[in-house]
Design a binder for this molecule. Sequence first.
Ligand code: ZN
Length: 170
Amino acid sequence: MEGDKPSTVMCRVVAMDPRNFCYSVCSACERTLAHPENSSSGPSICKFCDFKAFNPGSSGSKRLYRILLSVASETKVFVVICFDRAARVLFGCSADEFFHFAKLNPFAAVTAGKVLEGEMFRMTLSKPKNGNAQHLRVASVVPLSSGFCPAIETLRKLYGVGAGAGAGPS
Ligand SMILES: [Zn+2]
């Protein structure tokens, strides 16, 4: 069928899973940190670099996006996984920024999903290298609407924060 080469499809976002939109990695080596979000026992530490030992005062971790999107192509509806680089196009900010925004605005992730719903994108999808991964991953994403507004911009307008920051509508 599609082979192992990345394929490019036009698709529309049907839904976004707002529950786990990011994960923590070591800010030095970007390995996934074992502890999930909101562990109140303090930031997890990378066992490979022991980052804190070299950078006291730094948390040693940062967040990257990992978003499950349900998308519809001409012929089918399927789930893709969107990692940091592609997700930034959709969200318009880093996962850390969005995480903090979502802390202040608890429904931000849900609303972001609603904002992206129905948007058309040209997505380059690749087969996961990891045989256990079940979803195609989004290698790149290009909005098809010239009026596309990254989710965070729409959210800032909705919630009335950060007005005037970033690019305004043309
Ligand atoms: Zn590390």
